[in-house]
Design a protein around this ligand. Structure first.
Ligand SMILES: CC(C)(COP(=O)(O)OP(=O)(O)OC[C@H]1O[C@@H](n2cnc3c(N)ncnc32)[C@H](O)[C@@H]1OP(=O)(O)O)[C@@H](O)C(=O)NCCC(=O)NCCS
Length: 298
């Protein structure tokens, strides 16, 4: 059975998302986590395809999509947002070939750092990445709790905050440069245009101490702060904002050594729903100052 690897077309993005959901649920069910993924619109993928098509690839066999990969670049950072193979086609070299194509994207863009977030329990993905010079660095936990619980656990004194808009792009980008070493201005433009997301800036006096996004689904993130000792207060205030919404669950994606964030999550009785790991070819970023949104957006 021959497999062709080629650039993906915009109209194929929804089918690729279906395959990704199938691949994730196959993996998480095999490891006892149940079927966690559900199909979402491919809007970030479409945004990224229009921005820089060099990072989006598909593997096709007999006219069917059997794998897909998606990487984005911001400044010197190349990030592998997705690499998924159909369950019945895994272990036959398709992932390796798709990874090679996305790594060409890193070469072409002159990226200095290569990174991704994968499942802690997937030995195959981690084996593949470490053979390509990318090593596990840091646990990151998807955590969630019932919104009703947050009313009983209570919040610290909320920080002063206001909603952010496209006029604040420079402030948002500066916070990312401080935490991650790169500007993600284009990604803020994308998130700020999403009607299901609200962005907030947090203040101590006149000083902006951080930003946080709160989705209508109750998910908090990304979050970035100017100083690591501000993360707990910013996260707690963002969770308080999320708790005023209507979602059943509240969730966040928390780096395993970001003690202040995990302390807040524990206080609100949030549970670890998915253990993941940051993988990269070199140390980068201050993960006490940044909470990713999810494994793809980072
Ligand atoms: C991870 C995934 C993308 C890899 O694609 P694939 O086509 O199955 O993998 P390949 O056959 O190209 O290569 C797998 C590599 O892992 C290696 N490997 C497998 N099990 C391993 C283990 N336990 N330890 C170390 N390496 C291992 C294989 O030897 C192979 O390397 P090689 O080609 O150098 O011999 C695919 O299995 C998948 O979609 N998994 C489920 C979803 C997922 O976890 N995606 C990654 C999200 S970031």
């Amino acid at each position: 059975m021959s497999v062709i690897v080629r650039p993906i077309r915009a109209e194929e993005l929804p089918r690729a998302q279906e395959l990704i959901v199938e691949s994730i649920n196959d993996l998480t069910q095999r490891h006892g986590f149940g079927a966690l993924a559900s199909i979402r619109p491919a809007s970030f993928q479409l945004f990224s395809l229009k921005d820089d098509a060099r990072g989006l690839w598909v593997a096709e066999s007999d006219g069917a999509i059997v794998g897909s990969a998606f990487s984005w670049v911001c400044g010197e950072l190349w990030f592998l947002a997705e690499l998924f193979i159909a369950p019945q086609m895994q272990g036959s070299g398709i992932g390796r070939e798709l990874l090679r194509r996305t790594q060409l994207h890193a070469d072409q863009a002159g990226a200095r750092t290569r990174a991704l977030i994968t499942f802690t329990f997937n030995t195959v993905s981690q084996g593949l990445y470490l053979r390509h010079g990318m090593f596990p660095r840091l646990p990151i936990y998807m955590m969630s709790g019932e919104r009703s619980t947050f009313a009983t656990t209570g919040f610290e004194t909320p920080l002063n905050h206001r909603m952010a808009s496209p006029a604040d792009l420079a402030t948002l980008a500066a916070l990312d440069r401080g935490a991650l070493g790169v500007s993600r201005e284009k990604h803020h433009s994308y998130l700020l245009a999403d009607p299901a997301m609200k962005a907030f800036l947090f203040y101590e006096g006149q000083d902006c101490t951080g930003y946080a996004y709160v989705a209508s689904t109750g998910h908090v993130g990304p979050v970035a702060v100017a100083r690591p000792d501000r993360m707990g207060e910013v996260l707690d205030t963002a969770l308080a904002i999320a708790a005023q919404g209507n979602s059943r669950q509240i969730s966040a994606f928390l780096p395993g050594h970001c003690e202040s964030a995990l302390h807040i999550a524990a206080r609100h009785h949030m549970r670890i729903t998915l253990p993941m790991v940051l993988v990269s070819d070199r140390e980068f970023g201050d993960w006490k100052r940044y909470l990713p949104r999810n494994p793809g957006y980072m």
